[in-house]
Design a protein around this ligand. Structure first.
Ligand code: S6P
Ligand code: ZN
Length: 204
């Protein structure tokens, strides 16, 4: 809920991460998502030199549980933890609801997976629209040399589960290779359904 009278318009500047009045801002530092990165020694070494801000986002939630649309802007900064690029935590949606992403700035990849471990990877670059169906967990990775900024729209309310991803990860890892970004198999991945996971808790 952002307090604007509807209809309304607001300005979005991809070059400058500004939070509009009434929106809720979140900051994700490395300490908030240590278990999401595959190289635990690299995590500790980065933490020793400072608690990096990996990404920030703001959300404007719909006015009611069954009306309107919600939206967010996410800005993933540049960097790696070990060889793995900065990325979002990633989540499943607990409640049904598809999402649309529109990339505003930067270069990256969207990783998707079902509970059975079926995997997809979508390119993210300015002007790309990515469609995320219900039941596909999603994570965004910044593989470029500048911030990766994107709009996400869903409606009206979606609850998310982060715990399954924290335990199982994604089937793919996106790492910095000699020739650029590489998508490799995550050796320690096990599909949530194979691990008997139930998706039911709202994480943060
Ligand atoms: C919400 C939507 C986005 C993410 C945001 C941060 O359903 O997918 O607004 O919340 O990009 O990612 P994460 O994985 O920390 O929620
Ligand atoms: Zn989502």
């Amino acid at each position: 809920m952002n307090g604007n009278d509807i209809p309304y318009s607001i300005d979005i500047d991809p070059e400058c991460f500004q939070v509009p009045d009434g929106a809720t801002k979140f900051i994700r530092q490395l300490s908030d998502m240590q278990e999401m990165f595959s190289d635990s020694e690299a995590v500790q070494s980065v933490l020793e030199s400072g608690n990096a801000v990996i990404y920030e986002y703001w959300e404007s939630e719909s006015e009611g549980p069954e009306e309107g649309l919600s939206y967010s802007i996410t800005c993933i900064h540049t960097g790696t933890v070990g060889r793995e690029y900065y990325m979002t935590k990633g989540h499943f949606h607990i409640t049904d609801g598809d999402e649309i992403y529109l990339v505003l700035k930067g270069q990256g990849l969207m990783l998707l997976q079902t509970r059975d471990g079926e995997a997809r990877t979508l390119e993210m670059s300015p002007g790309k629209l990515c469609y995320v169906p219900t039941n596909w967990a999603h994570r965004n990775v910044n593989t470029g040399s500048e911030d990766l900024v994107f709009l996400c729209v869903w409606g009206p309310r979606i609850d998310s589960d982060y715990a399954v991803i924290a335990r199982s990860g994604f089937p793919q890892l996106v790492v910095k290779g000699l020739q650029g970004p590489q998508v490799i198999r995550n050796q320690s991945f096990s599909a949530p359904s194979a691990a008997g996971e139930e998706v039911k808790t709202k994480g943060d």
